[in-house]
Design a protein around this ligand. Structure first.
Ligand SMILES: [Zn+2]
Length: 214
């Protein structure tokens, strides 16, 4: 059993234990050589075994009795597009999904949006799950970023390792919840470009968010 399989299984258990997934709705993967190791279709976080994980190439080829997650193409497209992506987490978590259902991404309502690599977290347009179209939308929304929301679906994020990807998922869901709370009470002010430029500059020199750096 490779350490990477254990890492991916542990990450999936943790994503589910933290309430980011219910049942088998989400999926996680890690880059492995010229392909990836991904959670299989229909396996729950509380029962996943490292041996259940599917090793596959980015074109869909895989071995073993279990089928990979139906969202494997979205994971593969992200690894192909961004060499910094080492671990990918996809969830249907509550607040991220609610924002996507409203047609909203996450603007700079909080300076810490910068941790995802830009001045906002974009919303990828809706496409049918498991399609190349959805994978393309996600890659476009992730350009230069470590996270995006998926309209009428959920969210997807990546990190340099399992810990960073988990942290990104937890923080994204937390900030989505905070933004929804602000929206429910009024019209939150959004930080301007110069204010966000100062945050990015501070991150560079202040050593903040090391876990999320690609
Ligand atoms: Zn999904």
């Amino acid at each position: 059993m490779t350490a990477l399989r254990q890492d991916v299984a542990r990450l999936y258990r943790e994503v589910c234990a933290r309430g980011l997934n219910v049942g088998s709705s989400g999926n996680v993967s890690a880059r492995a050589g010229l392909g990836m190791i991904i959670t299989p279709s229909g396996v729950r976080g509380d029962t996943v075994d490292p041996a259940d994980l599917v090793r596959m190439d980015f074109a869909g080829g895989h071995e073993g009795p279990l089928a990979p997650s139906s969202e494997w193409a979205m994971h593969a497209a992200i690894y192909r597009a961004d060499p910094a992506a080492m671990v990918v987490v996809h969830t249907h978590s509550d607040a991220a999904t609610a924002l996507g259902a409203l047609g909203l991404g996450l603007p700079a309502f909080h300076y810490d949006i910068a941790q995802f690599g830009g001045d906002d977290v974009r919303l990828a347009p809706y496409a049918l799950f498991g399609t190349r179209e959805l994978a393309d939308h996600a890659v476009a929304a992730l350009d230069g970023r470590r996270a995006c929301l998926l309209a009428h679906h959920g969210m997807i994020c990546h990190g340099r390792d399992a810990g960073a990807a988990l942290l990104a998922a937890v923080r994204l869901e937390t900030m989505a919840r905070q933004y929804l709370m602000a929206l429910s009470a009024g019209a939150p002010r959004i930080l301007g470009a110069s204010e966000m430029a100062a945050v990015h500059e501070r991150y560079k020199t202040y050593g903040q968010q090391p876990a999320l750096k690609a």
